[in-house]
Design a protein around this ligand. Structure first.
Ligand SMILES: Cc1cc2nc3c(=O)[nH]c(=O)nc-3n(C[C@H](O)[C@H](O)[C@H](O)COP(=O)(O)OP(=O)(O)OC[C@H]3O[C@@H](n4cnc5c(N)ncnc54)[C@H](O)[C@@H]3O)c2cc1C
Length: 377
């Protein structure tokens, strides 16, 4: 692992820093998980796109800069350092897009990626159902073949769909072969949420944001051209998406480096709380450790090795680090904690970290069985 940046990478960092310093809104935007905040975040996304900062690592034809994965990490670090708005496009650009690059047809790539990069189409993840969360292969929403029209008819219900109420499209798993074993009869569909038969019902989160939706499908027609990665191949396509969700792309180290630096500033502003210094220092060390772990992983990826089940290690580490870091902030703030919007909101959201992207209990099972090779029972 070579930890030195090249002059080209340093120049890229400088360019990104200057652009962000000149363009990041002076006042933080309202939460992107509210209708008002989402609309403002979309304007920000369009600004990023206009100057080709929305998807730096993508090919130029889709709106990117063909930046290396190293430069992408640099951009992420600068993005968080600048305090730039949350990416409300994240489920599209960080989860679906890598899967489309891997499994999408050229026609799908041309049709979907530029609009996603531009913030024109907003994608939601439609996997969880009332009866299927950790056990994703238990999904019962189904797709029935419609030969006459060259496609599929979707029925069923998805839930916990992040920003579903504000999204235009959904990528989801549906059971297309009820006779096949649980993991084999699934297909990955790309569905416009304005298709006839789709009902989206938004609902609030515990922190007051309107971030979730239930999505109902009542005989919704989807053409063959909106199957991603082959009929009944949905499980392996979905596993590629989870690799992105748990691993690198959803939670880059820049996020935690920035939070740990903010924690140091908070601690400096509260000199009477010296007993918490060890925990503050530990957060800085942990954020740096996560960065180094990520750099090691990127070194492997660049050398052609797939990350696979090891992305569960990232997920465990970043989600638990996020909670520790916010708990320390809450203690530093003491009785003022509830009055502090960003830290208390961040704390509440950190508690969801061990649940979304697959619960941490499930990640520990994966690490035990597929990384450490322990027996299943
Ligand atoms: C903030 C947030 C955003 C989300 N966004 C989305 C989204 O956009 N799209 C989407 O599809 N879903 C989304 N989810 C849903 C999320 O994927 C599920 O909540 C998660 O997979 C757990 O499923 P469940 O809630 O049904 O819990 P269950 O699966 O019912 O689990 C309940 C408890 O049992 C434990 N458990 C279950 N099975 C095992 C096992 N085999 N071994 C050990 N322990 C086990 C779990 O760890 C958990 O503690 C989101 C969730 C949150 C909190």
């Amino acid at each position: 692992m070579d930890l030195r940046w090249t002059s080209d990478e340093l120049a890229f960092r400088q360019e990104a820093r200057e652009w962000l310093e000149a363009n990041v809104p002076a006042e933080p935007l309202p939460s992107g998980d509210t209708a008002e905040g989402f609309a403002l975040h979309l304007q920000w996304e369009k600004k990023l796109f206009a100057d080709r900062w929305s998807v730096v690592s993508w090919p130029k034809q889709f709106g990117g800069r063909e930046a290396s994965i190293w430069k992408w990490l640099i951009f992420e670090e600068e993005y968080y350092r600048a305090g730039a708005p949350q990416r409300v496009t994240q489920n599209g650009i960080f989860l679906l897009a890598p899967t489309i690059f891997e499994f999408g047809t050229p026609e799908q790539q041309e049709r979907i990626l530029p609009r996603m990069a531009a913030g024109e189409d907003m994608w939601a993840q439609g996997w969880s159902e009332p009866g299927a969360g950790s056990d994703l292969a238990a999904i019962s929403s189904r797709g029935v073949r419609d030969d006459a029209n060259g496609g599929w008819r979707l029925s069923g219900q998805k839930t916990w769909t992040t920003r579903g109420a504000f999204s235009t499209h959904l990528f989801g798993l549906f059971r297309t072969d009820p006779e096949a074993s649980r993991h084999r009869g699934l297909t990955y569909f790309l569905v416009p949420l304005d298709a006839p038969g789709v009902t989206v019902r938004g609902f609030d989160r515990l922190d007051g944001d309107e971030g979730f939706a239930e999505v109902f499908f009542d005989d919704v027609f989807v053409p063959d051209s909106d199957v991603l990665g082959g009929v009944n191949q949905g499980w392996s396509v979905a596993m590629a998406t989870t690799g992105s969700e748990r691993g690198l792309t959803l939670r880059s180290p820049g996020r935690f480096l920035h939070s740990s630096h903010q924690l140091v500033e908070l601690a400096k502003s509260r000199p009477g709380q010296g007993r918490l210094n060890d925990r503050v220092v530990q957060s800085v060390i942990d954020a740096r450790a996560y960065e180094l772990f990520t750099l090691q992983q990127v070194t492997s990826i660049v050398a052609g090795r797939a990350v696979g089940a090891e992305s569960s290690l990232n997920k465990l580490f970043w989600s638990e680090l996020d909670i520790r870091l916010h708990e320390t902030a809450m203690e530093l703030l003491g009785e003022q904690a509830e009055l502090d919007g960003p830290w208390s909101k961040g704390f509440l959201f950190s508690l969801a970290g061990p649940i979304y992207a697959g619960t941490n209990e499930i990640q520990r099972n994966i690490v035990a069985e597929r990384v450490l090779g322990l027996p299943r029972k």
